[in-house]
Design a protein around this ligand. Structure first.
Ligand code: HEC
Ligand code: HEC
Length: 193
């Protein structure tokens, strides 16, 4: 009797660890296919490819699903995201969320960054907290240290009436933000590592 119980416990223990391992392996294995563009572990070294390692799991998941159904504009991610089901997207998102954030190595303009800080405090801080360094688990992404080229592509799109991106402040902010304001904001985020 005792032996039987031990056997059951062993079987349960084994199946648990096998399941955990399979999940972990598939997240990182699927994530490898993204490295050609987003860098090793999502630390992109190319200015047109956003850094994804260290963003929140929920944010990454939503971004992939929005690319897949066309509710977030893209040049290439729409096609890529269509190749993955919800479970695979969830596993990859968990994998990238666990990676350390590595800020982009890019020059910053200190004077513009200072102007940007005021705009940030007024209009962005309430969601993109801690100078934009916070990556919310299931909300606003980290902006500090992200490639400015990549952020600009997103914001330019938000400013365009035909754009699919559903930024929560689209109506209030981006229709009215001038190019100079956006430049200053981007320099502010680039200056925060
Ligand atoms: C061929 C290059 C390429 C590959 C491969 C690629 N991406 Fe992307 N990714 C991009 C580009 C470019 C963008 C910006 C949106 C666009 O124009 O498509 C982007 C944007 C993203 C974003 C939005 C990040 C943000 O904060 O703005 C996520 C999330 C993402 N990709 C995840 C992935 C995952 C996960 C994979 C692997 C399954 C992957 N990408 C493979 C090029 C690529
Ligand atoms: C009400 C909350 C809120 C405010 C205020 C806000 N944001 Fe956002 N922001 C978000 C959320 C949520 C997302 C993710 C949207 C998505 O999934 O497409 C986001 C996404 C972004 C992105 C895309 C990042 C990426 O890597 O693709 C940029 C850029 C951005 N915000 C800039 C700003 C700027 C600049 C301000 C201030 C002028 C601002 N946001 C104010 C909530 C907010």
């Amino acid at each position: 009797m005792r032996l039987q119980i031990a056997g059951v416990a062993l079987a349960i223990g084994l199946s648990f660890s096998a399941a955990t391992q399979a999940g972990a392996v598939s997240g990182s294995m699927l994530g490898n296919t993204c490295a050609g563009c987003h860098g090793i572990n999502g630390a992109s070294a190319a200015e047109t490819m956003p850094i994804i390692g260290g963003q929140g799991k929920g944010y990454l998941e939503t971004a992939m699903k929005n690319y897949r159904d066309g509710s977030r504009a893209s040049t290439i991610m729409g096609r890529i995201a269509k190749g993955y089901n919800d479970e695979q997207i969830s596993a990859m998102s968990a994998f990238f969320a666990k990676q350390p954030w590595v800020s982009a190595a890019q020059p910053t303009d200190a004077k513009l960054a200072k102007q940007g800080e005021k705009l940030y405090a007024k209009s962005c801080k309430m969601c993109h907290a801690n100078n934009g360094t916070k990556a919310a688990e299931d909300g606003p992404p980290r902006l500090a240290g992200q490639w400015t080229t990549s952020l600009r592509l997103y914001l330019d799109c938000v400013n365009d009436a035909k754009c699919a991106n559903k930024h929560p402040m689209r109506e209030q902010l981006f229709g009215k933000a001038s190019k100079a304001d956006i430049d200053a904001l981007l320099q502010f985020f680039a200056s925060k590592k």
